[in-house]
Design a protein around this ligand. Structure first.
Ligand code: SAH
Length: 347
């Protein structure tokens, strides 16, 4: 059995090398090939001797996922890829090229156990967690799609899965990206999005990494939220808002609230008033997302008029709000739809 070294820090690779009698300094050469040059084959590492390459091949593998399929939006700005790992599991990752930078949406699990009613990623339940290295590979893969000289400037962990249900690996992932010899990214370029795992929010805060927290709220009260998101029965809104408030207070970072606009469910003027009351005086910003209707859910997207009215009502009440521009709706860029259509044999 060979051991995978993709997703290890150079220091960890060094420990592995020493165990089989290879000099430690070789690890930074190999890390440089993998992380800086995108070479995942020992045979192509020309500064290693033929004998050393053979030895490394016999003991280690470099597992980098294969692009199973990729779709580009009509405007060319959004590329959604389905990446397949060695065990056959696949996840979605999305590259969004915007005037202010290149952003990647990363999956943290294969499938999801959270059961939110509107979300395609959770329909078939959780398959498994991703490792930090598997998340890093998604960013590196996106990086390779960019023209020479351009870099991934921000990462949102808003793909498939619940990052706070896999927090150790998510933290490892962000530390890998931060490492100068890997991607050299600042922690401030990361956003972790959660459906509301309160203990996870506290642990993220305690990690001390200055990352942005995003709460998938989607409802102005417990009654509606519990219907849409089962997690709310375990951690009701008072607890969730308390944890988010503390996160903002301690990290001094504005928490963003995602709010999918669902026709006749959470989009009335009364709901807007309720939401404004909930967020009044907090370091918060609301992102309204026109629902990407998943046929299985029976839920529909709010009309543009209702979305506009809702936005206006929040603005009047001095809540910072934006309506998410729809990127890549034409390529199933939303939330698990590509992976699902592929599993069903579609595409
Ligand atoms: N589990 C995490 C991260 C993944 S979901 C979380 O819940 O935040 C990423 C975002 O997309 C969340 O805000 C999620 O609620 C939202 N989302 C999921 N399905 C959606 C859909 N069909 N339409 C619009 N937004 C959706």
């Amino acid at each position: 059995m060979t051991e995978n070294i993709y997703g290890l820090f150079a220091s960890e690779i060094g420990e592995n090398f020493v165990r089989i009698g290879v000099e430690k300094f070789r690890a930074s050469q190999v890390a440089d090939w993998m992380y800086k040059r995108g070479i995942y084959d020992f045979n192509q590492m020309s500064n290693l001797s033929a004998g050393l390459r053979t030895k490394l091949r016999g003991n280690f593998s470099i597992d980098f996922p294969e692009e199973q399929t990729a779709k580009q939006s009509a405007d060319g700005k959004t590329i959604k890829s389905l990446l397949r790992f060695d065990d056959g599991e696949a996840v979605e990752t999305v590259l969004m090229r915007q005037p202010y930078g290149n952003s990647v949406c990363v999956s943290s699990q294969v499938g999801c156990a959270m059961g939110c009613k509107f979300c395609a990623s959770t329909l078939a339940g959780l398959e498994r967690n991703l490792t930090g290295g598997e998340m890093l590979a998604q960013v590196q893969h996106a990086q390779q799609k960019l023209p020479e000289g351009q870099r991934v400037s921000s990462v949102v962990i808003m793909g498939g899965g619940e990052p706070l249900a896999n927090l150790d690996e998510v933290l490892r992932f962000m530390r890998l990206c931060h490492e100068p010899s890997i991607l050299d990214m600042g922690y401030r370029s990361f956003t972790v999005s959660t459906c509301g795992l309160v203990p996870g929010i506290r642990r993220l805060q305690e990690s001390g990494l200055p990352v942005t927290l995003s709460i998938s709220l989607h409802a102005p009260n417990d009654e509606i939220r519990s219907r849409l998101m089962p997690i709310n029965r375990k951690y009701p809104m008072a607890e969730l808002m308390g944890a988010a408030y503390e996160y903002a207070l301690v990290t001094k970072r504005r928490v963003t609230y995602e709010y999918a606009m669902i026709h006749n469910v959470n989009d009335s003027p009364e709901h807007a008033r309720e939401l404004a009351n909930l967020l009044r005086g907090k370091l918060a910003a609301v992102n309204l997302i026109p629902l990407n209707a998943v046929p299985e859910s029976g839920l529909e997207r709010s009309t543009p008029e209702r979305i506009e009215r809702f936005e206006e009502m929040l603005k009047v009440r001095r809540i910072t709000v934006t309506v998410r521009r729809e990127m890549g709706a034409d390529i199933d860029a939303a939330c698990g739809q590509l992976r699902n259509s592929h599993q069903k044999g579609g595409f």
